[in-house]
Write a protein that binds this ligand. Structure first.
Ligand code: ZN
Length: 138
């Protein structure tokens, strides 16, 4: 068997120093639709989503100095932070990855919008932090 199917790119996460400055480009200059910035306390980030057809672009600003986004920008500067994929059955995927020795960074948890997700460490994925989001089937 070659894979399971059902995967979709949900969004690309971009780490920025300032949402206000980034929205000045993506929303005001480029003209994209952007959601009102929203703080996600569990991740210590402030987020705005940009509509881009199907998959979206997620702009991420650190909401605290010990946020993962603050550490990322300190080390590597602004830029692509993660790729988010929707998966058909998150628990099955996590189990499969754990059994294969992939580095899952958190237990599945519920984020903004009620979606369950995990992150997979770049050392397992070809150098890009990977967010796996459970596909809602309602
Ligand atoms: Zn994300």
């Amino acid at each position: 068997m070659n894979g399971f199917g059902g995967f979709k790119i949900d969004h690309l996460g971009i780490a920025v120093r300032s949402l206000e400055i980034a929205l000045g480009f993506y929303r005001d200059q480029l003209g994209m639709q952007a959601s009102e910035p929203e703080t996600v306390p569990a991740e210590k980030v402030k987020v705005s989503m940009l509509a881009a057809g199907g998959p979206r672009i997620e702009l991420l600003e650190a909401a605290a100095s010990d946020s993962v986004i603050a550490r990322f920008i300190e080390k590597r500067g602004e830029g692509l932070h993660h790729v988010a994929l929707r998966v058909p059955n998150l628990d099955a995927v996590v189990e499969r990855l754990r059994a294969a020795g992939a580095r899952i960074l958190n237990e599945p948890r519920t984020g903004a919008g009620g979606h369950r997700y995990v992150f997979v460490h770049p050392s397992s994925t070809g150098g890009v932090l990977l967010e796996l989001i459970e596909e809602h089937t309602n």
